[in-house]
Ligand binder design. Structure first.
Ligand SMILES: CC(C)(COP(=O)(O)OP(=O)(O)OC[C@H]1O[C@@H](n2cnc3c(N)ncnc32)[C@H](O)[C@@H]1OP(=O)(O)O)[C@@H](O)C(=O)NCCC(=O)NCCS
Length: 408
């Protein structure tokens, strides 16, 4: 088998879409014009890098251009790797490796210091220098035990239609996304085609999206998107499936959760992507009734290591010398001094004895501030003496915890 990475032309798009869906195990209806329009609006052919075997597409991949919030609130241009598939007849022959090569090289040319992705399986991306960087908590609670009811003084919740949601949601989202590392920008096309379009195929047997907003003194203080899935056993056992919950203020947060656990006939409330530092357990009458399953969210790769380290802020001033191994993006491989003075970071290549040695994937895990160097050292993902590793933990953590709001 031989293959090559070639540009994606408009003529190739139907085969490309079909290949993505076939590998993920579903079928694309190429007659569905809305689906084609959604694809065309959200994916940019110039950022795709399909692999061809002769005339056939056998590998799909591409990336989105995001602004990703990093600790301290800067927004860093980021190549968000997506729709990676390799036809089952062509796996384990280097197709993915060639596509990730393209992804990293192009991001470097475009001066995007970071790469990001959500992984279908954990073992795939570490070899390419990606590290799991945000953590999410998949929550399921039974409001009959956790506590139903409650309200937030001075805050009202209101169900709105899609037209009002289109006016109100993007502004609240933008307000919040710059405050939490791991959140990325949404274009107008993204809102239209990935959020509000809400095709039947995305509902998994549940209702269309409901939009609820919380308001205080006439101003919006948060929103949630959810679906309802009715379930009639002897008891009414329906589910609320939260797709996204974006509180702008603490009172908005409380009001939205109080509402979501109070909907008659729907006592089971599920949210697949709750931030790891979310205080829901303290809000509920019995927090233990919320079962949680922890898992990785966003994975991060430093494409331009000094630019990425300088783009974020750190918890305090200090300095540390890092020996970073990076075989896949060898321009990063080297020893760097990271110095933070009066809140401003500088990162330069140096010839010096390192305090800590680590592969670039571990730096990816540390970068967003959601993992501790001391924990990663315990599983040998970085090496250094106890004081140096502690110094990393003085610098890198982020409050609030990093969180990525949506799979891409
Ligand atoms: C994951 C996938 C893209 C890998 O493609 P591929 O072309 O077989 O990958 P490569 O041949 O470039 O493999 C590179 C290395 O990664 C390893 N690898 C690839 N996929 C792996 C997986 N799923 N689990 C463990 N290791 C994997 C290979 O064994 C190889 O290791 P080696 O260098 O030590 O030999 C492909 O299996 C696939 O399409 N899976 C289904 C869709 C999917 O999960 N996509 C990812 C979405 S985030």
């Amino acid at each position: 088998m031989s293959f090559e990475i070639r540009p994606l032309t408009d003529d190739d798009v139907p085969a490309f879409r079909q290949e993505v869906s076939a590998t993920f195990g579903y079928d694309t209806d190429l007659e569905d014009e809305a689906g084609a329009a959604r694809f065309g609006a959200v994916f940019d052919n110039d950022r795709m890098f399909p692999a061809f075997d002769g005339h056939e597409i056998v590998g799909t991949g591409g990336d989105f251009a995001f602004d990703l919030t990093v600790p301290g609130g800067s927004r860093v241009p980021t190549a968000g790797l997506t729709i990676i598939t390799v036809r089952p007849t062509h796996t384990r022959q280097g197709v993915l490796t060639a596509m990730v090569r393209e992804h990293c090289d192009r991001a470097r040319e475009r001066e995007e210091p970071l790469g990001g992705l959500w992984a279908s399986e954990v073992p795939i991306y570490g070899r390419f220098g990606y590290g799991a960087s945000t953590v999410m908590s998949d929550v399921k609670l039974d409001a009959r035990f956790a506590g139903r009811g409650g309200s937030e003084e001075g805050v009202t919740v209101r169900l709105v239609g899609v037209d009002e949601a289109k006016r109100l949601l993007p502004g609240m989202f933008d307000q919040v996304r710059v405050t939490r590392p791991g959140m990325y920008s949404r274009s107008e096309a993204w809102w239209k085609h990935r959020i509000f379009a809400d095709p039947e195929a995305h509902r998994d047997g549940a209702s269309s999206l409901r939009y609820v907003i919380a308001e205080s003194n006439g101003g919006a203080v948060g929103y949630a998107l959810y679906r309802q899935k009715s379930n009639w056993s002897t008891l009414a056992d329906g589910e609320i499936r939260i797709r996204e919950l974006i509180p702008v203020t603490a009172s908005g947060y409380r009001a939205l959760w109080h509402f979501l656990v109070s909907i008659d006939l729907f006592p089971i409330v599920k949210y697949w992507n709750n931030p790891i530092d979310d205080p829901l357990h303290f809000l509920l009458r019995d927090g233990r009734a919320a079962e949680t399953k922890i898992s990785d969210g966003l994975w991060t790769r430093l494409i331009d290591l000094p630019a990425a380290l300088e783009a974020r802020t750190y918890e305090r001033d200090g300095s540390i010398v890092l020996r970073v191994e990076d075989e896949f993006c060898d321009w990063n491989d080297g020893t760097y001094r990271l110095s933070v003075s009066e809140g401003v970071a500088q990162c330069e290549a140096v010839v010096a004895e390192p305090d800590v040695s680590l592969p670039v994937a571990t730096l990816g895990s540390l970068y967003m501030g959601g993992h501790s160097a001391q924990s990663l050292a315990r599983v040998d993902l970085l090496q250094g003496d106890v004081d140096s590793v502690r110094r990393l933990d003085d610098l890198f953590p982020s409050y609030p915890a990093p969180w990525c709001h949506e799979i891409f």
